[in-house]
Design a protein around this ligand. Sequence first.
Ligand code: ADP
Length: 922
Amino acid sequence: MATGIVGEFLDLKAETDADVLAMQCGDFYEFFADDAELVADELDLSISQKSSHGSSYPMAGVPLSELTPYVNALVERGYRVAVADQYETEDGDHAREIVRVVTPGTVLETSDDDARYLAAVVREEGATGATADADADGPYGLAFADVTTGRFLATTVDDGGDLRAELYRFDPAEVLPGPRVRNDDGLLGAVREDLSGRVTAFDAEAFAAGRAEHAVREQFGRETTDSVGLDSTLAVRAAGAVLSYVEETGAGVLASMTRLTAYGADDRVDVDATTQRNLEITETMRGDADGSLFDTVDHTVTAAGGRLLREWLTRPRRDRETLDDRLDAVEALASAALARDRLREVLGDAYDLERLAARTTSGSAGARELLSVRDTLALLPALADAVDDTALADSPAAAVLGRVDRDRAAALRAELADALAEDPPKAKTGGGLLKRGYDDELDDLIERHEEVNSWLDGLAEREKRQHGLSHVTVDRNKTDGYYIQVGKSVADRVPEHYREIKTLKNSKRFVTDELAEKERAVLRLEEARGELEYELFEELRERVAERAELLQDAGRAVAELDALASLATHAARRDWTRPSLTDERRLDVEAGRHPVVEETTDFVPNDLRLDADRGFLVVTGPNMSGKSTYMRQAALIQLLAQAGSFVPARAAEVGLVDGIYTRVGALDELAQGRSTFMVEMQELSNILHSATADSLVILDEVGRGTATYDGISIAWAATEYLHNEVRARTLFATHYHELTTLADHLPRVENVHVAVDERDGEVTFLRTVRDGPTNRSYGVHVADLAGVPDPVVSRADEVLDRLREEKAIEARGGSRGGGSGDGESPGVDGGGTQQVVFDLSSGSFAGDGASDSGRETGSASRNGTAADGSESTTRATESDAATARLDAETRAVIEELSDVDVAETPPVELLSRVQEWQERLD
Ligand code: ADP
């Protein structure tokens, strides 16, 4: 058993459930034993050995002032780090205690401007048992806190799908699962899968209704749960757990969590995690921030503005009033270029008040941070000037500033201006933080301090003059304190009251009683001044912290103006238009564009109309013609409108939706090795369950992951269900040409297609969407582009024509001597032609050795238009020769080939599949 310092370390370590402990030992924080090895490994610290009672322990350390970056680096890697500080006990010994546990969700000094959330998830107590399917039941209570800004939200969601959507949206750095959630493998697995953050098992008691409610009331006052509309015990339990955790980790930011915002599913557009990913709202499918919708429309000039704009895009709203307000503001800002530029210029000087508020309450803000608070509050009048007396004066942009108590803000600014020195040092102690005139006692100390200093400054001159000495200097160092140094040549002429303290090579050092007394005075005054000043500074900081809410209001106003101005800037630059919002069930877009694709492409605008008579569009067209782009464009225009933004179109009437659901090619799932078809069906199932008559549904291919007949059947049935039962506004792109006939049967289904110009076998994409179905499908064209051997392509073309015209195709085995290259042709032994008729209506092969007459009928009718019978026969023979080379394997290859989605298959996989087909055809 280790004793001494290592023993103390190990005892403290046993007390905490943190992964690593940093313990203060004098001027260093030390790590011992396993912890030393871990930090040495992770952070490249050098390791030494500390012996303690015969044993030796690894040890690593960092200087006090450098602890923060090391702790942050560990936390970034997912560790929870406990910090133990040293203090002096009453009997003068040193003891240590853990003062803070820094965790991914409670770290304050973050390296970027993004929000950083700590989340808690609780599930209704009740029926137990592991649920493999995370979507199976709920409800769940959820709370999210960004301790760096004090933002705190809580809600309840109905099921696992909604839970995952919320977690995806907030992307928390740390999640605290409640007792039931953490014991549910299926759910926990699902949560982990979606998240990059850490999952921490926190004291189950903290999630209990009674304790959680107590924590919420302690924080926000007795009435909160009612006043913020938090009527759900589940949401309160999650919020309470978050508060307890923040308190327990010692982050010291509880005071900056000034309000709890309850939000419900009712005021938000339901955008599930898959759809958020598909629409590339904050990151592309590949996971890059560049090229996302947010990246494209973000012109904010402050960190808080960027956070808010991101929030608007990821959490679109349903209430007309808020949206119209935002749109009014964007409209005013978009059409007042000069005023907007002026406003953005002023905003550009603002610091992050929400973060500064958290830093003041946690006590980590220094004088420079308080100066930033002062300077940002000082911008409020300038912001008001930029808004009043301009075209913005009557817009909601002006109202944003109206929500800040400007008098209180001005008072706080003045208080800070009176207190803080203009250019304070970085160090919090050591003086120079406060202005003269701020505090009489401090002024008095400073005056006396300076008096002594000037006495000391003049001492050398005075001694020279009085005692006729040359070569005299007065200085101070750590060992000797203040001394008078006299050159050797005159050292024997010093007056009697000089006491020699040191002899150097060329000089001697002396002190006098008076100097010693002044030295004591200086030290006393220095200490008193430093102490008083820091005390006054702390008081000042506390007074600022008490007004955290004011700072947050002002910060929020800055953020809102910035986000609005950013939307206006983009609208003006890209000539976007104000959407006219309506409660009618319609989406009517004139000359719409894709907000991201138009940045880099000469974009061809397209119209779109979805309404009561035309609620379901089947979108057809060749691969790469622009179907996906057209559909995503519709979803993004809807989303932008409900974020309060202008939209890329000449005109747009947008009926508000309660949810946007998409299902598109699952590139990422394929990469994760999950069955694409299963995922596809899960997504479809979710949409069919969740969508309502007020939703927008985008389906980009359904049923591709299975055999053709399964696929068509599922797509067909899903269309009927969406059309008849759900009645959601739907866009459905499909390569099943068969589905275009649905328009003849279902009243609200219409066909549109992306037009192409096809001449001499060359396809030119026009990118124009027109009414009506395509006249053919283009899978075979893609096979050609991909370099599939010519005989296969031409045969595929033929099969396609036959299927289309006759709904049946004959398949034949090979026949030796049947055609060119016969020697190499694989075939069915025994010679002769083996024929199978594949009947589209039954989806089966109509028996081996189907009669020649069937084949001939087919040939005859296919070539029936030919005027010359003999030519027809010749062609039939040629084609027979080609057909004759096709055995069952070849047919299988063709089938697989036509099922491949070239655009959605990774190139490497495509190549390997082509190679596989070639091998099988050999
Ligand atoms: P599909 O879904 O039909 O396979 P995509 O929507 O993926 O086709 O579009 C293929 C390419 O065409 C994309 O790279 C896109 O940038 C471009 N594109 C699509 N629509 C347009 C348009 N309206 N104007 C210009 N380029 C477009």
